[in-house]
Write a protein that binds this ligand. Structure first.
Ligand SMILES: NC(=O)c1ccc[n+]([C@@H]2O[C@H](COP(=O)([O-])OP(=O)(O)OC[C@H]3O[C@@H](n4cnc5c(N)ncnc54)[C@H](O)[C@@H]3O)[C@@H](O)[C@H]2O)c1
Length: 311
């Protein structure tokens, strides 16, 4: 059924892919983004089919100036990119708290029925179980470490959102993306950072990384992410939480060598200290989303090639 949907953070990396998915499925879409990290080029191809509002989710007047009927909100607006967690923890928490309160107040005022909240794998920090399912304990291991502003903000959003929803919404679903990658994802993530460095590497042989290279991650290509999101959007159950990711776990050293091979470079990995609070292992248990019909189609090797060779 055709829905009227507000996407916050809709010109961001994931948001723009969700917006295009919604347009393909014939929904009416309004995007609200302050373009702090959002880029209009990402939604250029659908610009005549959506309404774009440039604004900050913390600006109540801006939100309440949306007069269109809205039945569903997909809330993605946030500050992503690990280096920002360390540099602007206050802003991150301000967007998490005041942004969320505003958007939920908007929902109450507009009688919005459905809410999809983008959370993150960062809510698990260093998980006790591996692969990590949705029942894992959520943590803020050190209140003084600015990194945890990001995960802490997401934990707040989940907790407040869930209990708000029981009172005011019909459906509230949380999804926790795990290391999504793809074309035009912005430069503040490990894959584009490595690719950009390989482009300029010249004859230098050593490649500096944070950590030992034995840290484990699972990356999901944006096209697979959208396929997972589609399952949740259509079949997800009220108040449920879903990891979106893959079970293809790789060492960071594997990722470096994979990119090196595509660029035909021979390098030696140089180790350094892991960023304070960065988990040594991260891999989601994806049984729950698989039950809805999700399957990974794009391997990391194929996905990275897709980015580099289309460059
Ligand atoms: N990319 C990932 O691997 C990943 C992993 C876990 C969780 N997430 C979550 O998914 C969501 C989307 O992530 P992304 O990778 O597309 O990040 P992104 O930075 O590309 O997108 C976020 C968007 O929010 C916008 N925004 C930021 N602050 C805003 C504000 N105050 N008001 C209005 N708009 C604002 C930015 O301009 C940007 O377009 C975020 O909530 C992020 O925390 C992403």
């Amino acid at each position: 059924m055709k829905k009227n949907i507000l996407v916050t953070g809709g010109s961001g990396f994931i948001g723009s892919a969700i917006v295009k998915y919604l347009i393909r499925n014939k929904h009416n879409v309004i995007v609200l983004d302050n373009n702090s990290r959002g880029r209009s080029r990402r939604i250029e191809e659908v610009k005549n089919e959506i309404k774009f509002i440039k604004g900050d989710i913390r600006n109540k007047t801006k939100l309440l100036s949306i007069h269109n009927k809205i039945d569903t909100v997909i809330h993605l607006a946030y500050v992503n990119g690990t280096k920002h967690f360390y540099k602007k923890p206050y802003e991150i928490l301000d967007i998490a708290v005041n942004g969320l309160l505003n958007i939920l107040e908007f929902c109450r005022h507009k009688k919005v029925k459905n809410f999809f909240l983008a959370s993150s794998s960062e809510v698990y920090q260093n998980p006790l179980k591996f692969p990590t399912n949705e029942m894992e304990m959520l943590k803020i291991p050190d209140i003084h470490n600015p990194r945890y502003s990001y995960g802490g903000g997401k934990i707040f959003s989940e907790l407040y959102g869930l209990h708000f929803a029981k009172k005011y919404l019909k459906k509230f679903i949380i999804f926790r993306p795990h290391n999504v990658y793809g074309k035009d994802m912005g430069n503040d993530h490990v894959i584009p950072e490595f690719i950009n460095r390989f482009k300029k590497i010249g004859k230098r042989k050593s490649f500096l990384i944070h950590g030992t290279g034995n840290e484990i991650r699972s990356f999901i290509h944006i096209d697979d992410f959208i396929s997972g999101f589609d399952k949740i959007f259509r079949k997800g159950k009220n108040t449920e939480i879903y990891n979106i990711g893959t079970s293809e776990k790789v060492k960071i050293s594997y990722l470096v060598n994979l990119i090196a091979k595509i660029y035909k470079k021979k390098i030696k990995i140089r180790k350094s200290k892991l960023l304070k609070g960065s988990p040594s292992k991260r891999c989601p248990d994806i049984k729950k989303i698989k039950k809805l019909g999700f399957n990974q189609k794009i391997s990391l090797r194929h996905g990275i090639k897709k980015i580099i060779l289309n460059d």
